[in-house]
Design a protein. Structure first.
Length: 244
């Protein structure tokens, strides 16, 4: 028996990293889990994979309907798919701005839009968006990405305000740098990966990278009945990086 028994969760970006950990945790706590991603290697059999790109509105709608056909509804949406971008404003092209916002911000709005009818039909509806500490910390060389995550935090509050009276709660997590395939790719491309990892660890007051499981735990809390009176919040999971 788990606190997600009888609930259906859709996790975008569930093929890797934070999304994969979240999908596994929700499944272990009783949810029937669908993963929306471009690809998802080695997904456990009990999870339903829907291949879609969050920048493709038709693809997103079809994927959401496939989940509803399979599981009968959607109670929990974890809006987690995202991409990174490095550099300052001087270096960022318009194409890069459009691409990152299309995935990280409009992508979340598209999936939420496609799920709304189903969430309204749920007796316990929750959306959790993956924001980032980059939205508030003022990190160097992350201009486009940080702006996109600031928009995710704002979108979280706007969605929460628009849908609170329909019984849909909307919250976000703001992770610090986490040990996921994404960050490992970044480290692999650095000139001195070990020094780069040490610098990232030192940036967080608790002296290490955040784990994907710790972020999944925060997402599960915000998605669960335990947080039934919490909406419009952004929960930092960053080892004290923001505000200490
Ligand atoms: P990851 O790269 O390991 O996983 C991201 C997943 O999103 C991948 O499976 C990828 O295929 C999917 N995805 C990317 N673009 C997509 C698209 N257009 N349509 C559908 N799926 C798409 O990355 P990670 O680290 O697990 O990141 C997940 C989320 O957490 C992202 O939103 C990221 O911005 C956020 N985040 C990550 C942090 C980190 O240090 N790793 C820190 C703060 C936030």
């Amino acid at each position: 028996m788990g606190d997600f028994d009888g609930l259906v969760a859709l996790v975008t970006g569930g093929g890797s990293g934070i999304g994969r950990s979240t999908a596994e945790l929700l499944s272990s706590r009783g949810a029937r889990v669908a993963v929306l991603d471009l690809a998802a290697e080695g997904l456990p059999e009990e999870m339903f994979f829907v291949r879609a790109d969050v920048t493709d509105d038709h693809g997103v709608r079809d994927a959401v309907e496939a989940v509803v056909t399979r599981f009968g509804g959607i109670d929990v949406l974890v809006n987690n798919a995202g991409i990174g971008a490095q550099g300052d404003v001087a270096a960022a092209t318009d194409e890069e701005w459009h691409r990152v916002f299309d995935v990280n911000v409009i992508g979340m709005a598209r999936v939420a839009r496609a799920c709304l009818t189903h969430l309204r039909n749920s007796h316990f509806a929750a959306i959790v968006n993956t924001g980032s500490i980059a939205a508030t910390a003022g990190l160097p060389q992350r201009a486009v990405y940080s702006a996109s995550k600031g928009a995710v935090h704002a979108l979280t509050r706007a969605l929460a305000a628009d849908h609170v009276r329909e019984g849909i709660r909307v919250n976000a997590v703001a992770p610090g740098t986490a040990d996921t395939p994404w960050v490992r790719r970044l480290l692999d491309s650095a000139q001195d990966p070990e020094a780069e990892r040490a610098a990232l660890e030192a940036r967080q007051p608790h002296g290490r990278l955040v784990t994907a499981d710790e972020i999944a735990g925060a997402i599960a809390y915000l998605a669960s009945p335990l947080s039934g009176s919490t909406t419009g919040t952004v929960l930092a999971v960053d080892g004290g990086m923001d505000g200490l």
